[in-house]
Design a protein around this ligand. Sequence first.
Ligand code: DGL
Length: 300
Amino acid sequence: MTAAKRRRTQTFMIGVFDSGFGGLTVLRKLADRFPDISFCYLGDHANVPYGNRPSDLIVDFTRRGTEALFQRDARLVLLGCNTATAVAARRLQQHWLPGSSWAGAHNVIGIVAPTVEAATQTPWAVTSPQYPQKFNSETIAVFGTTRTITSDVYLEEIRKRCPRVQVVQQICAHLAGAIEDEASRDELTGLVGAGVSALLEQTGGAAPDRAILGCTHFPLVEDLFREHLPQATKILSQPDIVADSLEDYLSRRPQYLGGHHPRPRALKMLTTGDAFEISTRARIFWPDVPAFESVVVTRV
Ligand code: DGL
């Protein structure tokens, strides 16, 4: 077979990486939106949660997870994790990938850029304020892990494009871990309630116009955020935003899909944890998710 023919008949998966279950909120949306595209998901359950870990370790885990997905026929890896995106995406894109054996045909992208684009209604390529601005007088709340919030990536990238928008950030340090550990409803309610109260203290009680749940685990308890946030606050749906943006990205870069799309498409689920346990727990919030397989990628 010629190289050109091979390219036309080869199918690539889209890789989705997260520290654990959080990326499933994104994958589920992608699986619905793109019924013909094959996905390979990797949850680094052996090392979850990432959110309070040192940055270098998060970069290392994210690089190894990305490589594991490249090795399994993903040409494009989407980091379905705000923490990995905030801490590692740029370092991998600029410092690791170009000098690696994957350079050229592979890429890794994150989920902060599309979320900022949606929050500011401004394309990522535009890095200075454009007037008139639709959201100039708004307050945007951002909830995230310690690393995401202390990176200030949302604050800086939103303010670059909309400098008069007030960005109020709140660390929810233990929420992703509690979701992973199947904490009780009462415990989760307490953690979400405390995060929302701390954020409202910063605004002097005023309702933020919009809220970004800037951790992909948090949509799993979106109902609790809805309960605690003022009714006037609109919660942005990051999984929908990411699906919209991936659709646009792939329409411009179809090379990441390859040429041939077998039906039914594949949904391959990988974990660095125990496959049986992770499959059982994942079905609590995604009843028909395919069974996970265990892989060894990262260990602390
Ligand atoms: N789901 C992840 C995020 O979006 C990571 C949570 C964690 O592992 O702490 O930030």
